[in-house]
Design a protein around this ligand. Structure first.
Ligand code: BES
Ligand code: MN
Ligand code: ZN
Length: 509
């Protein structure tokens, strides 16, 4: 999709369709009033007669309205003005884009970006409009032999801003959002691919391709290299599979050579059967999404490269397939992790933490500024938080705050859970330094407690995206989360650096 930004009156737009909002009950938004004035009350007549109440989700398409230049006008219901907030704004954009895509015009000029949303500026409204538009139009049809073709698909969307002084901020927001949505689609495509195609080897190939496309450095460690490093916890998970494990490292150098990197670690279980602790059959297909953490960190580094952020970032992706089989790890097996700590694998389905712990130990060698891991780690997180917010746990409150803020800014929200020492007890093992499960109580927290034993040397945060990375049911598919959160975290870090650079300059003058 092609996007652009504009400022100008709605009645003068020569476009296939101008889109304006109507609040409930029958209250035109400001741009709708402008159109109405130019059309000598055509719209207000129509509202008075009851053709459009303004209920959220409703639309009314008008053709060749007198006094206006566009071929069509689309009225979009916004619901009650008092209740018009982030979710309502996003829903209005979804309705708009879906309707435009079905009405046969090639382009649309959208005035909804001028609507006030409490505490959100024009940059936010433009960014969200782009993300929601791309989300609405995304299709995963790579695996279909016949693709559904839209007869006259939408090609171009123009978002309007009220004042010319807002143009620069809106353009900047548009560029950021395009980088984010390209990267989200990259994540979604990887995550939606089935386990027979998206294997650890496939992910490694994708990482190499990503690196060559954006001038990044990719390094892939094979089984022998991992054995040498002593990653026996990770390797224990790969033992039941015919697919070889891969350890992917991708580096983006946008900052100075000596600047400490931000390390993003992503769980890359390309299919999680549970192993010998086999999962029940219903919905097991969804375990192809168990590499969403991996896909999201690769996507985040892609977004950073597209935006040329002045940061050093390293994505670390341990990737394996978790299968049962004659060579598979048994419940009760004890392995020595790369850190030297021993682990009793009481449940082979708690495999995410087993591959992440070795990746977290490996991350020490980068002397990171901070490490953020992203994982579809626990079913307990789906129970606790559902699909609304990601679970966040951290050993550093400043880092946690930054991620919470990034989630709020990008509307890809997270919620912090307590990483208290009191929970560590649940990981006690009679036979090794720790077990890999902590019982049913507080499953998301005990999983994070397990990881925290491998992250003592740096500031670390963990995002459990088991509930937010994909949708089940009829809209089954990857959501592209938490790419917006991660990207905003990086953007904020980059913004701080630029601001600090400027004030240092100012100080010198
Ligand atoms: N990949 C799953 C977590 C998961 C489950 C994500 C359901 C999304 C939906 C993870 O590897 C897993 O199986 N976790 C176990 C841990 C348990 C054995 C301690 C779980 O949550 O049941
Ligand atoms: Mn599992
Ligand atoms: Zn898993």
């Amino acid at each position: 999709m092609e996007f652009s930004i504009k400022s100008g009156s709605p009645e003068k737009q020569r476009t296939a369709c101008v889109v304006v909002g109507v609040f409930e009950s029958r209250k035109p938004s400001l741009p709708a009033e402008l159109l109405d004035n130019a059309a000598h009350g055509y719209l207000s007549d129509l509202l008075r007669r009851g053709d459009m109440e303004g209920k959220a989700g409703s639309t009314l398409l008008l053709h060749k309205v007198p006094g206006t230049e566009a071929e069509r006008i689309l009225l979009v219901g916004l619901g009650k003005e008092r209740e018009f907030r982030e979710n309502e704004y996003r829903a209005a954009i979804t309705t708009t884009v879906r309707t435009l895509n079905e009405t046969g015009g090639f382009d649309g000029t959208i005035y909804l970006t001028e609507l006030p949303v409490k505490k959100r500026d024009v940059a936010w409204r433009v960014r969200q409009a782009v993300l929601v538009a791309e989300e609405t139009l995304y299709r995963f049809d790579q695996m279909k032999s016949k693709k559904d073709e839209v007869r006259r698909p939408l090609r171009k969307l123009t978002f309007c801003v009220e004042r010319r002084t807002e143009l620069a901020a809106a353009e900047q927001a548009l560029a950021e959002a395009q980088a984010i949505s390209v990267s989200m689609n990259f994540m979604k495509n990887l995550a939606n691919l089935p386990g027979n195609i998206c294997t650890p080897t496939y992910l490694a190939d994708q990482a190499r391709a990503l690196a060559s496309e954006h001038g990044l450095l990719a390094e892939i460690l094979d089984r022998a290299a991992m054995e040498k490093l002593g990653m026996h916890s990770l390797l224990a998970v790969a033992k039941g599979s015919h697919q070889p494990p891969q350890f992917i490292v991708v580096k983006y150098q946008g900052g100075k050579a000596d600047e400490k990197p931000i390390v993003l670690v992503g769980k890359g279980v390309t299919f999680d059967t549970g192993g010998i602790s086999l999962k029940p059959a219903p919905e097991m297909d969804e375990m192809k999404y168990d590499m969403s953490g991996a896909a999201s960190v690769l996507a985040a580094i892609k977004a950073a490269a597209l935006m040329k952020l002045p940061l050093n970032i390293i994505a670390v992706v341990p990737t394996v397939e978790n299968m049962p089989g004659g060579a598979a790890t048994r419940p009760g097996d004890i392995v020595t992790s790369m850190s030297g700590q021993t682990i009793e694998i009481l449940n082979t389905d708690a495999e995410g933490r087993l591959i992440l712990c070795d990746a977290l130990t490996y991350a020490e060698r980068f002397e990171p500024d901070c490490v953020v891991d992203v994982a579809t780690l626990t079913g307990a997180c789906v129970i606790a938080l559902g699909g609304v917010v990601s679970g966040l746990l951290a050993n550093n409150d400043g880092l946690a705050r930054e991620l919470l803020d990034a989630g709020h800014a990008s509307w890809d929200r997270a919620w912090q859970m307590p990483l208290l020492d009191d929970y560590q007890e649940q990981l006690k093992s009679n036979f090794a330094d720790m077990g890999n499960i902590g019982g049913r109580a507080a499953g998301t927290i005990t999983a994070a407690c397990f990881l925290s034993r491998f992250t003592k040397k740096y500031n670390w945060a963990h995002l459990d995206i088991a509930g937010t990375a994909w949708k089940s049911g009829k809209d089954k598919g990857s959501t592209g989360r938490p790419v917006p959160l991660l990207t905003h975290f990086l953007l904020a870090r980059a913004g701080e650096k630029i601001a600090a650079g400027k004030s240092a300059l100012a100080g010198r003058q």
